[in-house]
Design a protein around this ligand. Structure first.
Ligand code: FE
Ligand code: FE
Length: 281
């Protein structure tokens, strides 16, 4: 499915999210912000909510779960992702590699464990999906469960009117296709860079880091407290780490531009502690 790409670069999505979820923002300001959002943000969510069906999610999981696209190391993947920076957006001086390094550096300054710093470094590598031709609505955006009722707290809930799953009565109940407390591992979230990064790295990272990668865009859960009824006790324990991480993802931007080549030796060594020199994508 080809569709108009609303963002000139994925940075626009990141900027929207960090502005939207600023701490101390009242519920009122929060809603107002969403109403006044840039037209490209609104168009993005219109597409995302219309096209992210349960069927689409199943197809993408099966397809990308094969990990048969390419083989490359983590640093190589960071450089590959960096080719995504859009030349039509000269104001964007924060490339994808810079965002990853800034996030990781902020974790490092706070003496976070090495796997937490590494999670910061790799958390957005799934955006490589864009380079495989996936439209923006299938790469970024807040994620949400498919196959059960959409929470009213998902950003722009009205746009779900256009989603074909709307007419499937089973998908419109609280539990939908799931069982109470079944655990998030069994829940099929909307498809995007979170799930893909998880699929690629899950054999190598500790479980806490896997949760960070897999659920960092699941704002309805980690920010709004929705969908607890699908969680098991492990999910609730791991929620702590997803929340801890979120601050670094959102607020590490203003912290000065990391010098990539200076930081590279440290991060190459950190990567080698967990990953082989090449992994499957
Ligand atoms: Fe992300
Ligand atoms: Fe990020």
């Amino acid at each position: 499915m080809t569709s108009y790409q609303p963002f000139s670069s994925l940075e626009q999505w990141d900027d929207f999210v960090s502005a939207r979820y600023q701490p101390g923002k009242s519920e009122q300001q929060f809603r107002q912000f969403t109403k006044d959002a840039h037209p490209s943000v609104i168009e993005f969510y219109r597409q995302n909510h219309a096209y992210q069906t349960r069927e689409l999610v199943m197809v993408k999981k099966r397809e990308y779960g094969k990990l048969n696209r390419m083989s490359m190391g983590i640093w190589e993947a960071m450089e590959y992702l960096n080719t995504l920076v859009d030349v039509s957006d000269p104001d964007t001086d924060l490339s994808q590699i810079q965002h990853l390094l800034q996030t990781a550096e902020a974790c490092r300054r706070d003496n976070r464990p090495d796997w937490f710093i590494l999670a910061g470094l790799v958390h957005d590598l799934g955006k490589i999906l864009c380079l495989f031709g996936e439209p923006q609505w299938a790469v970024v955006g807040d994620t949400f469960p498919t196959g059960c009722a959409w929470s009213e707290k998902i950003v722009y809930p009205d746009f779900f009117e256009a989603n074909p799953d709307r007419s499937n009565a089973r998908f419109q109940t609280r539990l939908g296709v799931y069982q109470e407390g079944c655990g998030l591992d069994r829940v099929d979230l909307s498809w995007g860079h979170d799930e893909y990064a998880y699929l690629v790295t899950r054999d190598y990272l500790p479980e806490e880091a896997q949760y960070i990668l897999r659920y960092h865009s699941f704002y309805p859960w980690h920010h709004e407290g929705e969908y607890d009824y699908l969680c098991n006790d492990k999910d609730r324990r791991m929620l702590y780490w997803v929340k801890e991480f979120n601050g670094y993802d959102l607020y590490s931007k203003g912290e000065g531009r990391p010098v990539v080549e200076q930081l590279r030796p440290y991060y190459e060594e950190l990567i080698a502690r967990y990953f082989p020199s090449s992994i499957r994508w």
